[in-house]
Design a protein around this ligand. Sequence first.
Ligand SMILES: C[S@@+](CC[C@H](N)C(=O)[O-])C[C@H]1O[C@@H](n2cnc3c(N)ncnc32)[C@H](O)[C@@H]1O
Length: 202
Amino acid sequence: MESPIKVFSNWVLNGKDEGMEKNHSASVENMIQYSTKGIDKYKFIDAGCGNGWVVRKVSSDPKCVSAIGVDGSIHMIEKAKMLDDKNEYFCNDLLKWIPKEKVDIVHSMEVFYYFEKPEILISRIYDNWLKNEGRLIMGVDHYVENKPSHSWKKDISITTMQLLSKNTWLNFFKSAGFSNVEYWYFGKKGEWNGTLIITGIK
Ligand SMILES: C[S@@+](CC[C@H](N)C(=O)[O-])C[C@H]1O[C@@H](n2cnc3c(N)ncnc32)[C@H](O)[C@@H]1O
């Protein structure tokens, strides 16, 4: 068993990080469309940005004023910087990092369940990362209602991987102080319940 950061660093070394763009892009596209609709200009952070593919994508939107990626894996961040000299990337634990300036949108795909206590991270994002009226939007594929994902912790031999229910995630958002908390499933097909997307406003 290895830590999530170690496991994903190894994924960069064998090129598996690029598969995440392929597997997550439909859900991420849905999340970005939702979080950016109706806003004139926005500052954006991708929490757990991997190799930076979402930052690169979002920064090409003329409404995007700044896009920042943060990830704990140095290999992910080195790759992100190699592919993109326009946007900023930081290698740090999400629980420790605080942006210099608060932003309008914090986005995160397939990251929050790698924390022992994701509710602490959600509260820190509320307190330290978001402007008033800013939005947090999170997507997860590993959760109680998505049965095919239950074996993942064993399959990828990772130390911290929380299997939480939709209601537990919703409560984390509400307890942190988020209002207008909404959720939906994206990409449901057969046994696969789709990406659980949760969002709320500060
Ligand atoms: C499944 S990958 C998702 C990457 C990206 N969001 C995507 O969709 O391609 C999870 C990412 O979370 C990062 N991560 C896990 N725990 C972290 C922590 N405590 N601090 C910062 N990053 C972390 C990993 O390094 C990895 O890049």
